[in-house]
Design a protein around this ligand. Structure first.
Ligand code: TYM
Length: 327
């Protein structure tokens, strides 16, 4: 079984990324042949600082290993090191509907926040489809906010297969049962995000323990004092989900333990659970990040493997679409 996922090097990574991304990557790498990609090409679709992109790319590579990816088991690489990604995006644009791209929620939301809306922001889901399809991927571990993009990738695969012959596997998304959409602590009806959320409501992977405690303690809660999940309790539901992600306990067990005991102790314990989860990750991260030579070495191994695996798929795409190949 092939597994593929990607994560952007823009912005500081946060607990939502941990829940929908990092922890699922570490878990799914056990299921088969896994590829995890730092999608730097995606990060130029909104305004970016070149120096920042360079640093963030290495930061994110270090974080992928710090959260449990095993370089012996998984292929971890940077998207721009494997040119097949950019090439496949162009080829797949021929089987992508303009109308469908315009209906992407992320395009509409991100577009509204930009002064300059780049063409790349619009065509971004085609690049993402290429990422996935090039590996003939079976499973894509992602959070809920990527669901629409994954559906589009499936449509693109089906359209290509129908027009040019069976080339791609139609991939399935893998979403966490709890924590597929972690919400902002201050505005629990919005997803946690460094671009769309509030700074105080976003737990960063690299936040020091005291900052985490402060953010969790000041999280917005709902009326009543019962600790339970429900549509009428977005704030408390989110905190229960966060505790579930941090500890592996079920939401039910957490509800029973805190019951109607009020929010004070509950919040304090949620904060400690997150600190206990992230402290060792931060320690490993610092060690890895302090050794850029080793990161480069691992990323080179990853890129070589990714090139080898994608070459035949890209070749088949060119062939079937009618391009003359040099023999
Ligand atoms: P990105 O970089 O925004 O996010 C990386 C992963 O984190 C998940 N995520 C969340 N999960 C739960 N709650 C949240 N609040 C939350 N915020 C983010 C995302 O769902 C994602 O799984 N377009 C993708 C990157 C990408 C990709 C791919 C993913 C490019 N090519 C191919 C899979 C396969 C993105 O911007 O993710």
């Amino acid at each position: 079984m092939r597994i593929f996922s990607g994560i952007q090097p823009t912005g500081a990574k946060h607990f939502g990324n941990y829940s929908g991304g990092f922890r699922q990557y570490a878990a799914t790498q056990e299921l088969g042949e896994a590829f995890f990609c730092v999608v730097d090409l995606h990060s130029i679709t909104v305004e970016h600082d070149p120096k920042d992109l360079r640093e963030r790319t290495l930061d994110l590579a270090a974080m992928l290993f710090a959260t449990g990816l095993d370089p012996q088991r998984s292929t971890v690489f940077v998207q721009s090191h494997v040119t097949a990604h950019a090439e496949s995006a162009w080829l797949l644009s021929a089987v992508t509907s303009y109308g469908q791209l315009g209906r992407m929620t992320q395009f509409k939301e991100k577009g509204e926040r930009q002064e300059f809306v780049s063409a790349g922001l619009f065509t971004y889901p085609i690049l993402m489809a290429g990422d996935i399809l090039l590996y003939r991927t079976d499973r894509v571990p992602i959070g809920d906010d990527q669901r629409q993009h994954l559906e589009l990738a499936r449509d693109i695969a089906e359209r290509f297969n129908a027009r040019f012959g069976d080339t791609f596997v139609v991939p399935e998304g893998v979403y966490p049962e709890v924590g597929a959409r972690i919400m902002d602590l201050q505005e629990p009806t919005k997803k946690m995000s460094t671009t769309g959320g509030t700074p105080q409501g976003t737990i960063l992977m690299l936040d020091p323990p005291d900052v985490i405690r402060k953010k969790v303690k000041s999280a917005v809660t709902d009326s009543g004092s019962e600790v339970r999940r429900g549509d009428d309790k977005p704030g408390v539901t989110n905190l229960i989900d966060i505790m579930t992600v941090a500890t592996g306990e079920t939401p039910g067990a957490i509800e029973v333990r805190y019951d109607s005991g009020g929010y004070g102790q509950f919040k304090a314990d949620v904060a400690e659970a997150v600190v206990a989860l992230l402290e060792p990750v931060q320690e490993r991260y610092r060690e890895l990040r302090d050794d850029p030579g080793e990161l480069q070495r691992l990323l080179r191994i990853g890129a070589d493997k990714a090139r080898e695996v994608t070459a035949p798929t890209l070749e088949a795409m060119y062939e079937r679409m009618g391009f003359v190949r040099l023999r």
